[in-house]
Design a protein around this ligand. Structure first.
Ligand SMILES: [Zn+2]
Length: 370
């Protein structure tokens, strides 16, 4: 069967076209994602009392037409929960969940607290899980988040499976053994021919794999995601290097990567071409995020500056922001631009409708201001 090659701006796919596209993925048939139980946790979150760290919790309940992204302050790692737009409580996405021991700063959650917070946000719902790549700081909390693998609806696994931590490999195999769809060992640079991936749909928002397994290295192999909620575009790159970013730019040429919200590649690293000029100017974010702890002087100031140089990063109320250089931290401790690091501001929650003018960002449940 000849595959259609629809470009990303094609906003309306007919059902028949979608069915053709499923056949173009070159992947095993889809299995039932299981029941999508209603959320029981999201609406129950309250700002905690004075003895607990209230700054880490966001009590607002989103509207059905909004996407809501939680970037948890896990330290040197990533853990991102996406509540998806649409009626009937669509399945949430979990993009990575883990951190390096010893990388946690003052605003970061312990492993136990990060696991509990993730579980509270998921509220027992069947969840679409994406593991960007094999490095443990992106996946070592996952087996604790899902002791019951039947809460996983679909699991997508970037980079080389045999490089994952043994405990995570075991968990992945347990998911597969439970009859749940597990996609792994993708061909180099796979992008579903630039089409939205139905299995990773975030409610009514469309999810794209920009690239995966761009090279054999773990970071090079990062599964880079883009989510489009109408005209609101977001990028979650994992620990993408230049090799991965460049392949994403080939798969999605200008201006397809131009985005409103961009998470910095590799915690804001400045090595191996992560967050380089080409990528910054291709993505042109208005809001920029980093998930970094106190390791490696992440995010690097130079990385953030490249996105600012691209010209669209918005001004914002002054808030805490600390960046570093090779071997030392900048004297800068605040910023007046829309760039947020979880280690500085705690849990970052972004909500938006399909109109990017509606984007709002909270830091630990509060306005992001100093
Ligand atoms: Zn990492």
């Amino acid at each position: 069967m000849k595959c259609l090659h629809l470009s990303k701006p094609v906003k309306i796919l007919t059902l028949s076209a979608m069915l053709i596209l499923i056949g173009c993925q070159g992947l095993p048939p889809r299995q039932s994602p299981g029941d999508h139980a209603p959320s029981i946790g999201k609406g129950e979150l309250k700002r905690a009392g004075p003895d607990s760290n209230y700054r880490k919790f966001a009590p607002r309940v989103k509207n059905n037409n909004e996407i809501e992204i939680h970037m948890l302050p896990v330290g040197g790692g990533m853990c991102q929960v996406v509540n998806c737009p649409g009626n009937n409580n669509p399945a949430p996405l979990l993009i990575d969940c883990g951190a390096s021991a010893g990388s946690l700063g003052a605003n970061d959650l312990s492993k136990a607290d990060a696991v509990a917070r993730t579980q509270a946000l998921l509220g027992g719902r069947v969840t679409t899980v994406v593991l960007s790549h094999s490095d443990s700081d992106h996946n070592n909390y996952i087996p604790d988040v899902f002791p019951n693998v039947n809460q996983v609806g679909t699991l997508w696994v970037g980079s080389q499976f045999n490089r994952y931590p043994v405990a995570v490999q075991t968990w992945i195999n347990d998911v597969a053994a439970a009859g749940i769809v597990v996609r792994r060992n993708f061909p180099a640079g796979w992008s579903n021919n630039g089409n939205a991936v139905l299995e990773l749909a975030c409610g009514s928002a469309r999810t794209f794999v920009l690239t995966v397994n761009s090279d054999v290295g773990a970071n090079d192999g990062s599964m880079m995601l883009s989510i489009d909620h109408g005209d609101t575009h977001m990028i979650f790159p994992g620990d993408a290097t230049k090799k991965a970013q460049d392949w994403a730019m080939v798969n999605f040429p200008n201006p397809l990567l131009r985005s409103d919200l961009v998470a910095m590649s590799h915690h804001g690293a400045d090595s191996h071409g992560s967050n380089d000029d080409d990528w910054a100017f291709a993505t042109e974010p208005r809001y920029l995020f980093a998930s970094a702890g106190v390791s490696y002087y992440h995010p690097r100031c130079d990385s953030g500056q490249r996105y600012i140089n691209a010209g669209r990063v918005l001004a914002a109320p002054i808030h805490a922001y600390k960046c570093g250089y090779s071997g030392y931290w900048s004297a800068q401790s605040t910023t007046a631009t829309a760039i947020y690091n979880t280690e500085d501001v705690g849990e970052v929650v972004i909500t938006a409708t399909d109109d990017p003018a509606t984007i709002r960002v909270t830091c630990s449940g509060l306005a992001c201001s100093y």
